[in-house]
Design a protein around this ligand. Structure first.
Ligand code: FES
Length: 112
């Protein structure tokens, strides 16, 4: 079990500033993180580096719940972070919460 005292929550933006269908890059304490609001309205935070060759996924395109990397077209499920052609490859995901209308990310560690 995680030690809550060890968690580092960093405010990154107002929740209302995150546009639907717009992958958004944020940098809590310099960490490259991708924010996406899914079709279900839930906001998710993933590492903003493609596992193929490291391109920033925030420059990719969204088609429904599929995020396409801008460099070589790898496609990811925005619900799970899974690479569609090999689901065992996943984008590391960060825990997030909304408090007082602001999005906060736990940068302590990402879940694969
Ligand atoms: S860097 Fe993303 S598909 Fe190649």
């Amino acid at each position: 079990m995680d030690d809550p005292a060890a968690c580092v929550w960093v405010r990154v933006m107002k929740a209302t500033d995150l546009r639907d269908g717009a992958p958004t890059a944020v940098f809590p304490k310099g960490l490259p993180v991708l924010l996406i609001r899914g079709g279900d309205g839930e906001v998710r935070a993933f590492a903003n580096r493609c596992p193929h060759m490291g391109c920033p996924l925030s420059r990719g395109s969204l088609d429904g719940h599929i995020l396409r990397c801008p460099c070589h077209d790898w496609r990811f499920d925005t619900g799970t972070g899974a690479f569609l052609d090999a689901p065992e490859i996943r984008l590391p995901r960060y825990e997030l919460k909304t408090s007082d209308g602001d999005i906060h990310i736990n940068i302590t560690k990402a879940a694969a």
